[in-house]
Ligand binder design. Structure first.
Ligand code: SAM
Length: 279
């Protein structure tokens, strides 16, 4: 639960070295400026050769990343960009961390000095346990992110029989990720706290993109409606959306997306651009 989550007081206090050891020195050492000591025992040899430490920032976030399929596919697509998955479940987070560690080991070149055989060598992806609803501005500063993904922020359901129970489950997921109540009943007033969308607009840079995908059409409409109504976001036209490599990856490579595929379900995509600051 939340009280067991650790999070930095501000983005400047975050020590990213545990998540991206190829890119960051330990914060304590950095602050003490003993960086030149050459003490990088936890960094892979390849990375030590050609990466300047402490210069990059996370730019892509996968919110509620689940088992990490999207992260792993995005890694070689954006080999020079740091990509972070945020997941609230402890065991799922640990599983994804193990997956990343194994991929890094497998792809690290045998001989020091050689390039890894997958662009980026999976050094550019990391997973953190966190509640995206509460602590995002503690991790990311203003305009830090270029892309945020919300992939299947709903449970995958096998039978329509349990619809009532599932709707309340979906509602709690949406509350959790979007900070608003979701209801399929058109008579019930829908509402959303603009707070979370404002937070997303704050941490996304102008031109940055919110990607959403779900297999629940009503949820898709609900998410799109609230983003549409928000003054800081504009919908990306479908033709442009379909040309985006991230949309292709999001459709096929997340674990939930694969389940939906197997069950021949529909996938609903909506992408929104964070607009320039109004003058
Ligand atoms: N995005 C993944 C995919 O497409 O395969 C996982 C989808 S799964 C249905 C939704 C995920 O969101 C779950 O793993 C859940 O633990 C996570 N989640 C729900 N609320 C969250 C929150 N407030 N912060 C972080 N993760 C959350």
């Amino acid at each position: 639960s939340d009280h067991r989550l650790s999070y930095p007081a501000s983005p400047a206090d975050m020590d990213w070295s545990d998540y991206f050891p190829a890119y960051f020195s330990k914060k304590r050492k950095r602050d003490e400026t003993v960086e030149e000591s050459g003490d990088h025992e936890d960094r892979p040899a390849d990375a030590a050769n050609d990466i300047t430490l402490d210069t990059k920032k996370v730019e892509i976030a996968d919110i509620g990343c689940g088992f990490g399929g999207l992260l792993i596919s995005l890694a070689p697509t954006f080999p020079d960009t740091l990509i972070l998955g945020m997941e609230i479940r402890t065991q799922v987070t640990a599983y994804v961390q193990d997956r990343i560690t194994a991929l890094r080991t497998q792809t690290q070149s045998k001989k020091s000095g050689d390039k890894a055989d997958v662009p980026g060598g999976y050094q550019n992806i990391g997973i953190i346990r966190g509640n995206a609803m509460k602590f995002l501005p503690n991790f990311f500063e203003k305009h830090q992110l270029s892309k945020m993904f919300f992939c299947f922020p709903d449970p995958h359901f096998k039978t329509r029989k349990h619809k009532a129970r599932i709707i309340s489950y979906v509602r709690s997921f949406c509350l959790s990720l979007f900070g608003g109540a979701y209801d399929t009943d058109k008579e019930t007033a829908m509402w959303t706290s603009p707070t979370l969308l404002c937070e997303y607009a704050y941490i996304l840079r102008p031109g940055g993109i919110v990607y959403s995908i779900t297999d629940v059409e009503d949820l898709h409409k609900w998410m799109a409606k609230h983003l549409d109504e928000h003054p800081m976001f504009e919908r990306i036209p479908e033709e442009e959306q379909e040309e985006d490599v991230c949309v292709k990856i999001m459709r096929t490579d997340t674990e939930e997306g694969k389940k939906v595929e197997r069950n021949k379900g529909s996938k609903w995509v909506a992408c929104f651009r964070r607009i320039e600051e109004p003058i």
